[in-house]
Write a protein that binds this ligand. Structure first.
Ligand code: SF4
Length: 142
């Protein structure tokens, strides 16, 4: 897990966004959200060695989301539950720093490949997009 950190520091990422990023296809809460999500995903896929920090608060993706009210998710109960499930299944914890490649591999190996995606977020409004879709992480070299 050792990689030189960028001067800006690790990129904060909510744990369940490891699921959203895996299946993002350009749909979202608003055009601003889609643009922000696209930017984050492109950055991480272009440089999977980017160091991230797992955070329980709003992250870069939330910053462009209309559901984000002063740093608190309007659906914080559900999003927090998803975060907790991802952490439990990947055996990671809040505050942990690792590369995006390592995080994506954990999500793939411990949630997606064993068929546990629906156990995390099947009641999400975007479930129809993610269900049965190929993961964006399939393009990452392992
Ligand atoms: S504010 Fe909530 S709904 Fe919006 S991206 Fe963040 S966790 Fe998801």
């Amino acid at each position: 897990m050792a990689k030189e950190k960028s001067p800006a520091g690790p990129l904060p990422v909510r744990p369940h966004h490891g699921m959203c990023l895996a299946f993002f296809r350009g749909s979202g809460y608003s055009s601003r959200f889609v643009s922000g999500m696209s930017e984050v995903l492109s950055r991480l896929l272009a440089d999977p060695e980017t160091v991230i920090r797992l955070t329980c608060g709003a992250d870069r993706i939330c910053s462009a989301c209309p559901e984000n009210l002063d740093g608190v998710c309007l659906d914080h109960t559900k999003s927090g539950t998803y975060d907790g499930r991802v952490l439990a299944l990947t055996q990671l914890s809040y505050g942990q720093e690792l590369t995006f490649a390592e995080f994506a591999a954990r999500v793939t190996d411990r949630i997606l490949n064993p068929g546990l995606r629906a156990d995390v977020c099947s009641d999400c409004r975007w479930d129809g997009i993610c269900s049965g879709a190929a993961s964006n992480y399939d393009f990452l070299e392992r």
